[in-house]
Ligand binder design. Structure first.
Ligand SMILES: [Zn+2]
Length: 98
C-alpha cells in the first residue's frame, strides 16, 4: 500500500503565497517593519517616522527620491511633505541630484 503524504495545509499556504513580507528590524526604534516599505539610510532600514525623527529636514531632503517616495503623510506631517513635494517638483523624481 502506497503511503501518500499530503502536504500540510500551512506549508502549502507559505509556498504558494507571493505576499510574504520580509520583516526587518528598524535601526531607529528596533521594531519590526516591512522591508519593502522601509527607508534605507546608510545601509540600514528605518521606518519612515523613525527616519524623520532622526534626521533634520535638510538631510532628509537629500535622500534619494526612491527612498523619499516611501514616506507617507503620516510619517512626515504636512509641512515636511510639502517640502518633499516641492523638492520633487524642482528636481524630478529620478533621484539624480547633483
Ligand atoms: Zn522604527
Amino acid at each position: 500500500m502506497k503511503n501518500i503524504t499530503l502536504p500540510r495545509h500551512d506549508e502549502v499556504e507559505l509556498k504558494g503565497c507571493h505576499d510574504i513580507r520580509h520583516w526587518t528590524a528598524c535601526k531607529g526604534c528596533g521594531g519590526l517593519g516591512d522591508q519593502m516599505a522601509m527607508l534605507s539610510y546608510q545601509g540600514a532600514p528605518f521606518h519612515g517616522t523613525c527616519l524623520v525623527k532622526l534626521l533634520d529636514r535638510r538631510t532628509l531632503l537629500k535622500l534619494p527620491a526612491s527612498e523619499l517616495g516611501k514616506l507617507t503623510l503620516g510619517d512626515t506631517g504636512t509641512p515636511l511633505m510639502r517640502a518633499l513635494l516641492n523638492r520633487k517638483a524642482t528636481q524630478g523624481t529620478c533621484g539624480h541630484s547633483g
